[in-house]
Design a binder for this molecule. Structure first.
Ligand SMILES: C[S@@+](CC[C@H](N)C(=O)[O-])C[C@H]1O[C@@H](n2cnc3c(N)ncnc32)[C@H](O)[C@@H]1O
Length: 243
């Protein structure tokens, strides 16, 4: 079950305006070009920002996400008809043969349960053509990003056209080994509505992810950093072996 902030229509509608700088996606666009990908599967596509960026470049894109409200936002965007939107996750995909599968914006960390994670990696593998790549990022646990997820550091008021002012902040609610739980709060000035979204992310070690990829049949070709978040992220490039 995806988090409230992705599946509640009022929260899905403000996902993009709250985080309009998507410079994080530039590296993925560059990787798609580097791999000469013509067909891409974006797993956890959310509101479709990356899928639409690729589609505008003439790439055939399938976007999959379990949060219907986020997909509804994606489907309402200009150019959305060029993307095939699938409600679900990587464990139950239609038959595909893509060159590249992606999980941007730490979507991989949303898949918390170890068996769901393994089934998602296998689902992505099955969707790739032989020689195709799975590329995704995950925060380096050693950098302890959650220690900066405080009300003081995150509080802001965002003026959103058509919505009004929205106050938002995040607070950690628990740390249990690699699992970090936190709560986003959103206050809509327009009507005083207060919505919260509770999330848990899994912070995986680099070696752990590499081992899981190998178990699922991938060759790990590279582990890079995210250029916009230097030193904070692992970006895995895993290949389904060519025939
Ligand atoms: C932080 S958002 C990132 C959305 C999008 N990739 C982006 O770059 O804006 C994480 C996304 O992962 C999705 N998600 C949650 N659980 C998932 C799962 N098991 N499989 C695929 N996606 C999942 C959420 O619904 C949400 O849209």
């Amino acid at each position: 079950m995806p988090d409230e902030c992705f599946r509640h229509p009022r929260l899905a509608a403000i996902y993009d305006p709250l985080d309009p700088d998507r410079g994080d996606l530039d590296a993925y666009v560059a990787i798609a070009a580097e791999l000469e990908a013509r067909r891409v599967l974006d797993i956890g596509c959310g509101t479709g920002v990356f899928a639409l960026l690729l589609a505008r470049r003439g790439i055939e894109v399938v976007g999959v996400d379990p949060a219907l409200a986020s997909l509804d936002v994606a489907r309402a965007k200009s150019g959305a008809e060029r993307v095939r939107w699938v409600h679900g996750d990587a464990t139950a995909l239609p038959a595909l043969q893509v060159d590249l599968a992606t999980m941007t914006a730490n979507a991989a960390q949303e898949i918390v349960d170890p068996s769901d994670w393994q089934r998602s990696l296998r689902g992505a593998y099955d969707a790739l053509r032989p020689g195709g790549y799975l590329v995704f990022e995950s925060r380096d646990p050693a950098k302890r990003a959650w220690e900066r997820w405080t009300r003081g550091d995150s509080y802001r008021v965002t003026e959103i056209p058509g919505v009004g002012a929205v106050e938002s902040w995040v607070e950690v609610t628990g740390v249990d080994g690699p699992l970090v739980s936190f709560r986003w709060t959103f206050v809509f000035a327009e009507d005083g509505d207060v919505l919260t979204s509770d999330s848990t992310l899994r912070f995986r070690e680099r070696a752990e992810v590499e081992a899981e990829l190998v178990v699922c049949g991938y060759d790990v070709r590279d582990v890079r950093g995210a250029p916009d978040r230097p030193g904070l992220e692992f970006v895995f490039l895993a290949q389904r072996p060519p025939l």
